[in-house]
Design a binder for this molecule. Sequence first.
Ligand code: T46
Length: 138
Amino acid sequence: MQVVKYMFQPHGDERGQLVALEEYKDIPFEIKRVYYMYDTANGVHRGFHAHRSLEQILVCIHGSCKVLLDNGREKKVVPLEKPYEGLYISNNMWREMYDFSPDAVLLVFASQLYDESDYIRNYDEFLKFTEEEEQKNG
Ligand code: T46
């Protein structure tokens, strides 16, 4: 499995850092939605789902966390700890987020509006969906 991480360009000067993200330039899709999580309680694991078509970029803009990616065949753990790096998560990818530092702010850019019917929250259903998609795409 290839983990796709984007390294954004910080515009630093004596005042500090600034990162600017534009759709189709820094973010590889039209940005339809932005959300973020913070004040994550100690020991919490979030996620436990895949998306049928949603694409996202995750940026831990403060603190740190880990993301487990699982494409149904392989799993990878990706630490997010820099405010200038973004993790791309395609559709058909099971994800779990955990090991949030108390100060973690996880910002997410999403390619679609919120739609509960895009979620696959059952792991067996995810494996079945992944298999069907693979067969469809040859
Ligand atoms: C994902 C990972 C990285 C909304 O009302 N609108 C939204 O846009 C979102 C994302 C959530 N919600 C509501 C739905 C739930 O009542 O906020 C509550 C928490 O959402 P959820 O349990 O889905 O959060 P996570 O952390 O498990 O997953 C989220 C995203 O939902 C998901 O798409 O990939 O972050």
